[in-house]
Ligand binder design. Sequence first.
Ligand code: C5P
Length: 239
Amino acid sequence: MNPLLSDSVINHDSRIIVALDFPDEKSTLNFVRNLNPNLCRLKVGKELFTASGRSLVEKLMTQGFDIFLDLKYHDIPNTVAAACRTAAEMGIWITDMHTMGGRRMMEAAANAVANYRNRPKLIGVTVLTSMEEGDLAEIGINRPINEMVLHLAQMAQQSGLDGTVSSAQEAKILRQKMGDSFLLVTPGIRLVSLNDDQRRTMTPIEAIRAGASYLVIGRPITRAENPLDVLVQINQSIM
Ligand code: C5P
């Protein structure tokens, strides 16, 4: 057994979700070989799913990993409900949709998976963390971002969704307003301040203290010289 994986660092309910932003199956499986399902869950997003699809997701699940299928559905209720039903049949752990698809879309999705044993948790994207108030104004939404995020999170909860994916910087207010059982999945996590495309970042411990349920972490782990070391360190920092 790898000495890094002593009992003190194995966390059978890890709150870290590693974002597998890789272009193909080969590089993904090569990377995942060094991980351990006791230390993290995995996120498959649009790039990797478009390239390698369901068969890769199933390979990752066979290795024991919980999968967050991050395809951010935004379509008519019937189509999103059918996609969520397929995710339930695959045994997906979490999947997501844009809350701006509206109440009827979210209700249809929640109803579609309600009767599955171990159904996927459904979470809603509120306002993309890449958007600023000017971007919202341009599409005709003239409300402060925080107010809009809270409004959409409340709609998601009323429609039967389990939580939201949002910036860790919104976690504190969402945790206060939405209650303890609402899932808050937060990307934009940085171990130190980096000069990359993420702007509204937090460290793992800051995000957990703010009320995040799970942390989505990509490049700080995927581009590390020793990803397993970093994963172990982050797990220890949030225990
Ligand atoms: O590499 P990094 O840690 O920035 O990766 C963050 C991951 O979270 C990426 O897969 C990105 O697509 C995703 N994400 C995000 N912001 C959102 C929703 C998802 O960064 N609002």
